[in-house]
Design a protein around this ligand. Sequence first.
Ligand code: MG
Ligand code: ZN
Length: 220
Amino acid sequence: MRKPVIFCDFDGTITINDNIVAIMKHFQPPGWDKLVERIVGREISIKEGVGSLFSLLPSSSKAEIVDYAVNACQIRPGFGELLDYCRRHDIEFYVTSGGIDFFVYSALAPFAIAPDHIYCNAGNFEGEQVLIEWPHPCDEHCHNHCGMCKTTIIRRFPRDQYKRILIGDSVTDFEGAKLADLVFARSHLIGLCEQLALPFYPFETFFDIIAKLEEQPNER
Ligand code: MG
Ligand code: ZN
């Protein structure tokens, strides 16, 4: 039998909003909106874009930035229940986030997820400007300059041993969705899956996902 494993995005998936955009909208460093346009238009990679966005912010504002980001993270309903469901049914659960450690770990602190099951980027406030570090880069199979590479992580769980389940909301989840056996999508990821005729279940809350998981055939 294949063991189920879930790869769950953070921004716009576990949380209601996109936290990087929320931080930029709040602090308004000059040039941030142009950079976001270039990321969305895929003129620059996620890695280059996110790194450049944070380099617009001075490290001296660390306390304000962390405080704002942590408070801005609103968790989507049913997340705790999905984690309970996974524990009861022996489903491995990983957070695969292109977000930054200082808000990802704080927002997830109440949920008792093992730290090595959370993948994200790291914020370094030691220099003049905020520097983003990338501990989980693309492997030799990915050339997208993801920053935090979701497909690299998914590939560590071979398809013949694992039933790979992806939960996500946007373009950064699309390559992972192509590798998954089961996709739960909301927002932009729905349109992307439709374009490629990739099967998916739409969701708004994690209760929708629990309901669908209950219906899945048991592969044992
Ligand atoms: Mg997202
Ligand atoms: Zn990659």
